[in-house]
Ligand binder design. Sequence first.
Ligand SMILES: Nc1ncnc2c1ncn2[C@@H]1O[C@H](COP(=O)(O)OP(=O)(O)OP(=O)(O)O)[C@@H](O)[C@H]1O
Length: 220
Amino acid sequence: MRLVAEDLTVARADRIFFRGVAFGVEEGEALLVTGPNGVGKSTLLRMIAGLLPVPDGRIALEGMDDRSLVEASHYLGHRNAMKQDMSVRENLTFWRQFMHDDRFGDGAPLFEATESLGLGGLEHLPFGYLSAGQQRRMAMARLLMVHRPVWILDEPTAALDAASSEMFAGLVGNHMAAGGIVVAATHQPLGLDAVHSLALDPKDRAVEFAADPFAQDGIA
Ligand SMILES: Nc1ncnc2c1ncn2[C@@H]1O[C@H](COP(=O)(O)OP(=O)(O)OP(=O)(O)O)[C@@H](O)[C@H]1O
C-alpha cells in the first residue's frame, strides 16, 4: 500500500494555491504537512480525503485494488463532527454504523476505545458537556472503533495538553507500526518516527484564479 500524489494542483473553489505538489507515503509512514495559517494545509488534506475535487494531477492509494483512497481513509478535520446534544455513546455508535465496512474487519468496542483515550465512564454524557480537550479525544475514538488504513488528521492535537498529545502520539505510532499510513497537518511536532514532511511555503504559492474570482458557484 502506498499513498501517492503526482503533479497535484492544490485549489479551493476558484483559487489555485500550489501546482506540481508530489509525495509518496509507504505503509508504516507519516507525512506531516506544515506551513503558516491560510497557506492551504486543510485544503490539501480535504482533497486527499475526497472532500474537495482534484483539479489537476493525481492522488491515489496504490496496492489496494478493491478499495479507493476515500473508502480506506479516516478524516479527522478541525471540527469534531459530533452532535453536541447527543450522548458520547450515541455519537460514536452513529460513526461506527456509518463507517462500518466488512472488508476492513471490526475495530475496538466502544468502551475499549474510550478507555484507550483515558475517557472511560463518560459515554453517557452529552458530547457538549465535555471540555474542548475531552471532545477532541472522544472524536479520536472513532479512529479506533472503525479500521481504516489511512488516517488524515487536521491539527489533531491543537486542543490537547502535553499528556494527551503524548497519548495520541502513542495511538498514531501503534497505527503506523501495524502498517497504517498517516497524513497530518500540524503546527506542533507529533513525536513520531518514520515521518516525511511537506512544507507548504507561501513563497511558492501560485495564487491564481482559475476562473472569475467573484463567481459564487463551486465555493466549497
Ligand atoms: N470554503 C472556502 N471557500 C473558499 N476559500 C476558502 C474556504 N475555506 C478556506 N478558504 C481559503 O483557502 C485558503 C487556505 O485555507 P486552509 O484552511 O487550507 O489553510 P491552512 O493552511 O489549513 O490554515 P490554518 O493553519 O489556519 O488551518 C485560505 O486563504 C482560506 O481563506
